[in-house]
Design a protein around this ligand. Structure first.
Ligand code: CS2
Ligand code: MG
Length: 403
């Protein structure tokens, strides 16, 4: 038995907020879990500190599945991003502990490596098509085999996925939500020229991805997909809001462009119909927000029955602890598709020293026991939480819209 004797939440803001759960056993083994929910961090911190941690003390850290079921069924109020990010953090920390006790990297506990490394995609973005293509060329020169293209939309002041001039992309940009304007018409006119130019300059040996970020109706998404078919996108992401899973039937009727969805999913129920009706090609649910390794493995196993692959979310608002867990999962899961990589800042990497590494367009979690990531608490303590919100979006007539 590895009795849980203490657990606490560490909140730090080395340029952006991260919430980390630290669990310690009676043998002094420490496990870490990411609990970061961009823009709602303190809700998860409180859910863990005030409602979960009291129930963990005295339990056997090795009973990962039982603790998962206890926290899911025992909550009564199931699902949702706050609950499932909290369960995800506990789950990651317990797998970290189990690996450390076994002296094995977590991927070995998940069935061992199914591949030599995890193919990743980077973010190429710019205010114009030219800037975006330049950023894509830079990624290809760094060895990336896959690049996501996001360009500014002519006539719009700001666009999701596009960094402010001279800054890294960080969507949580203000202590109250900033408001951005959206125009589907302007956007729809801008994507085909971007892909046309990209294929002309980059050729066909690099995978090109694009994130629609929940902005289109199903029929608009079908039209965009059809327009992009000649440029063979690797995927069109979040083409339409996915609460209505059946809406993807409309997109499927109009285009063969592969569809990816799910970075905001938090349980398999969010994707069940999409998977069973094969309405998507990649599922993006990730370790922190979808209940940890224990649950994301279940989502991937269901997806595998329908030849759907993983494409885990990997933005900078997921901490290096999630990146580590996602790479252990990605190295082992049979239906791995691709892993998103938005490199963290050097400061974040200093707060979270880790064993994972990038080489020639692939990443590997490393072979340190557990998840292979630590937290430098002394350094973390220097960076106090700073409230930050994701933007909101309105149409040009003022109507609230999807950000
Ligand atoms: C984006 C994210 O990486 C992506 O695919 O959708 O950057 C997303 O906007 C942020 O994670 C929101 O916090
Ligand atoms: Mg996205």
């Amino acid at each position: 038995m590895a009795e849980i004797v203490s657990a606490r939440v560490i909140i730090t803001c080395p340029g952006r907020n991260f919430v980390t759960l630290r669990i310690e056993t009676s043998d002094g083994v420490v496990g870490l879990g990411d609990a970061t929910l961009n823009g709602r961090e303190l809700a998860v911190a409180s859910y863990l500190t005030d409602h979960v941690i009291p129930c963990l003390i005295g339990r056997d850290a090795h009973r990962i599945e039982d603790i998962w079921q206890y926290l899911y069924r025992g909550a009564y109020w199931r699902r949702g991003p706050v609950t499932m990010s909290s369960i995800g953090a506990v789950d990651m920390a317990l797998w970290d502990i189990k690996g450390k006790v076994a002296g094995l990297p977590v991927y070995q506990l998940l069935g061992g490596a199914s591949r030599d490394g995890c193919m990743v995609y980077g973010h190429a973005n710019g205010a114009t098509i030219e800037e975006t293509i330049e950023a894509a060329i830079a990624h290809v020169e760094q060895g990336y085999k896959a690049v996501r293209l996001q360009a500014g939309v002519p006539g719009l002041k700001a666009t999701y996925g596009v960094a402010k001039p001279g800054q890294r992309y960080e969507p949580a940009d203000a202590s109250l939500p900033t408001e951005s304007l959206w125009s589907t018409e302007r956007y729809m006119r801008s994507v085909v020229p971007l892909f046309e130019k990209a294929r002309e300059v980059l050729g066909w040996d690099v995978h090109l991805l694009h994130d629609v970020h929940h902005r289109l109706t199903p029929i608009e998404a079908g039209r965009l997909g059809k327009d992009l078919e000649p440029f063979r996108p690797f995927w069109l992401e979040d083409a339409t809001p996915a609460e209505n899973q059946a809406a993807f039937r409309i997109i499927r009727q109009h285009t063969t462009v592969p569809l990816a969805v799910g970075e905001i999913f938090n349980t398999v129920w969010d994707a069940k119909q999409l998977i069973e009706e094969q309405l998507i090609d990649y599922v993006r649910a990730t370790i922190v927000h979808a209940g940890g390794l224990t649950h994301v493995r279940r989502i991937a196993a269901l997806a595998d029955l329908y030849q759907i692959r993983t494409g885990c979310h990997g933005a900078t608002d997921l901490s290096p602890v999630t990146m580590a867990a996602a790479l252990h999962f990605g190295l082992s899961v049979p239906n791995f598709g691709i892993q998103e990589l938005m490199p963290h800042t050097e400061l974040t990497d200093a707060v979270f020293p880790h064993a994972y590494s990038y080489k020639h367009g692939m990443m590997h979690p490393g072979d340190k026991p557990g998840l292979g990531v630590e937290i430098d608490e002394k350094l973390a303590a220097k960076y106090e939480y700073k409230r930050a919100y994701l933007p909101v979006a309105r149409l040009e007539d003022g109507t609230m819209f999807n950000w």
